[in-house]
Design a protein around this ligand. Structure first.
Ligand code: GUN
Length: 303
């Protein structure tokens, strides 16, 4: 039996995109500038290709100047660095995103560290990581998935999260660590749990807010969830469903949804939860980056 409120990430993402489209139009009408987003993809990873196509489609729908650079898997590191450098210098481009993972022969951090921090709409450059960690979120560009997750948490719980206990399962640079920084800045008591954490179910049972970002299908079980907790499932895992026929599969999160929904106060579904928010927040970061590069005052925060 599902008792939890289902947090509709698709609907929230749509409202964010509508607001961003208005801000994009304002930049064009009143400042003669279209926000420009360049997305770079290296190689043919099918999941990355889907993500990149969706990012580009959404950018166009928001009225952005949208550019995609699709490079062959064997592209050299120096050619990729040269492309990033030219995008850094391109006045029409306000946001640069290099889709990860990159092929093994390319040093990921070398590429990410070359992106101008003010164009780093992924929020992965050490300057943006540092600003977020130092509590200067308002001058950073914040990674999109944690930012979108925080928007959903506030939709469920309201804007005052102070004193709440939050457990982030997963310690990646893309989600776990920045998520923990954001929740800490909201005055939550934050624990980062990971594969070596002892008694993980008990750690999670203490949480008013659970963010699962481990990339392991349905790892977080229903009886780990404190009654009434808010559960944010960042996982997108494709699992085979042989009962539906050969080669068939379905998407599941890092949380066993039906079980967890019986305990949680609010929960995000997969798909339709965090996923759509990630792209919406990328659009928000691109407008933020464009406004800063034009020397305009900050717009009202999205979260
Ligand atoms: N690959 C998986 N997630 C992301 C993301 O948020 N940004 C980029 N650039 N690559 C990713």
């Amino acid at each position: 039996m599902t008792t939890a409120q289902v947090i509709d990430g698709k609907a929230v993402a749509e409202s964010v995109r509508e607001e961003i489209t208005r801000r994009s139009k304002d930049l064009l009408d009143n400042h003669g500038t279209r926000p420009g987003l360049a997305v770079v993809i290296v190689g043919e990873d099918p999941a990355s290709q889907v993500y990149v196509r969706n990012k580009q489609k959404t950018a166009e729908a928001c009225g952005f100047h949208s550019v995609k650079h699709a490079l062959a898997a064997e592209t050299s590191e120096s050619d990729l660095l040269a492309l990033v450098q030219s995008l850094n210098e391109d006045k029409a481009i306000h946001g640069i995103l290099v889709q990860l993972p990159l092929p093994g022969h390319i040093d990921e951090s070398k590429v990410l560290n070359l992106i101008k921090p003010e164009k780093d709409v992924d929020g992965f450059h050490p300057i943006n990581v540092g600003l977020l960690t130092a509590g200067e979120r308002s001058s950073a560009l914040v990674p999109c998935t944690p930012a979108g997750s925080l928007v959903l948490i506030k939709r469920a719980l309201g804007t005052d999260l102070s004193g709440k206990t939050a457990v982030v399962v997963g310690r990646s640079n893309i989600v776990g660590k920045p998520m923990a920084s954001l929740l800490l800045q909201e005055s939550c008591t934050v624990t980062i749990a990971h594969s070596r954490t002892k008694d993980l179910p008990d750690v999670v049972r203490a949480a008013d807010i659970v963010v699962a970002a481990v990339g392991r299908p349905e790892m977080v079980r229903g009886d780990w969830i404190k009654p009434g907790a808010t559960v944010i499932d960042v996982g997108i895992n494709r699992v085979p469903t042989p009962e539906k026929g050969e080669g068939k599969s379905r998407l599941v999160g890092d949380v066993a949804y039906e079980e967890a929904a019986a305990h949680a106060g609010a929960i995000t579904p997969v798909p339709g939860g965090v996923g759509p928010m990630t792209i919406a927040m990328l659009m928000a970061n691109t407008v933020t980056a464009a406004r800063r590069q034009l020397g305009l005052p900050e717009a009202e925060p999205i979260f």
